[in-house]
Design a protein around this ligand. Structure first.
Ligand code: HXC
Length: 258
């Protein structure tokens, strides 16, 4: 599919999805969300893509939902917009492959929410994170009130959301929002390197690990351990498990087929 606001490329088994609307700091309007939805389907169905990297073109990752588009929305239109974005973000979060966000600059409002829906966040030193929505007279609307407290705890989430303040990449890493900080303009390269490391492992195992973590964290420890037990056992249906263990015994590198 041809996109106006996205570019989709591949590096080996890594799919690279770039939001490309730099003139508006990659702000998410209805069209960008619609394209993201379609691009995620394309990436989900592409058997050669094992890991996805999501980034933004230019000086921002994403500076939020499009304020100009939201300004005159009716409550009904606002609800529909929030629901559409939330559905697309949930699709991103539950896609059956790891997703790494490479955050080069601003990740504000819907941009911070988009990064949080990814599995891992790599940030450039100059990146900035925040949920500034209350300054516009709205709450976060693409899952910020739900994902941020799950990631950093309610106290820090409430401070960030109530004050609308922006935090540095260093602070974001300190509170557990960011995995890794890298020199300016190297977040994409680092994310691709990490994605290639993940892509070199057994993909049934990687996918089952993602499912076990995400399903388990939403339940109690006994249920979570049961989910893990089932997914662990399922790995033994895969050729990768035989190959991974045989390679270890034979003191050679595994040749995963997936
Ligand atoms: C629409 C945006 C935008 C946004 C930036 N732009 N952010 N347009 N929606 N969220 C546009 C500007 O209007 C400007 O267009 C161009 O991008 C460059 O931005 P500048 O402001 O000139 O850049 P700079 O001075 O470097 O400031 C960067 C910034 C600032 C600090 C990130 O742009 C900013 O505060 N943006 C808004 C951040 C925000 O409040 N995000 C939350 C949105 S609400 P022109 O045409 O003038 O060049 C949200 C809700 C999600 O995300 C849930 C919805 C359901």
């Amino acid at each position: 599919m041809e996109f106006k606001y996205l570019t989709l490329s591949k590096d080996g088994n890594v799919g690279i999805l770039t939001i490309n609307r730099p003139e508006a700091l990659n702000a998410l309007n209805r069209s960008v969300l619609q394209e993201l939805d379609a691009a995620l389907d394309e990436l989900a169905n592409d058997k050669d893509v094992y890991v996805i990297v999501l980034t933004g073109e230019g000086k921002a990752f994403v500076a939020g939902a499009d304020i100009a588009e939201m300004k005159d929305m009716t409550p009904e239109e606002a609800k529909e917009f929030a629901e559409t974005g939330s559905r697309v973000f949930r699709k991103l979060e539950t896609i059956d492959k790891p997703v790494i966000a490479a955050v080069n600059g601003y990740a504000l409002g819907g941009g911070c929410e988009l990064a949080m829906a990814c599995d891992i966040i790599i940030a450039g030193e100059q990146a900035k994170f925040g949920q500034p929505e209350v300054g516009l007279g709205i709450t976060p609307g693409f899952g910020g009130t739900q994902r941020l407290p799950r990631i950093v705890g309610t106290k820090i989430a409430k401070e960030m959301i109530f004050t609308g303040g922006t935090i540095t990449a260093q602070e974001a890493q300190r509170i557990g929002l960011v995995n890794k900080i890298v020199p300016p303009n190297t977040s994409l390269q680092t994310a691709i390197e990490m994605a290639k490391t993940i892509a070199s492992k057994g993909q049934v195992a990687v996918r089952n690990s993602k499912r076990a973590i995400d399903q388990g964290i939403e339940t109690d420890i006994d249920e979570g351990v049961k989910v893990e037990n089932q997914l662990f056992a399922k790995c033994f249906e895969s050729v990768d498990q035989k190959e991974g263990m045989t390679a270890f015994i034979e003191k050679r590198k595994p040749n995963f087929k997936n």
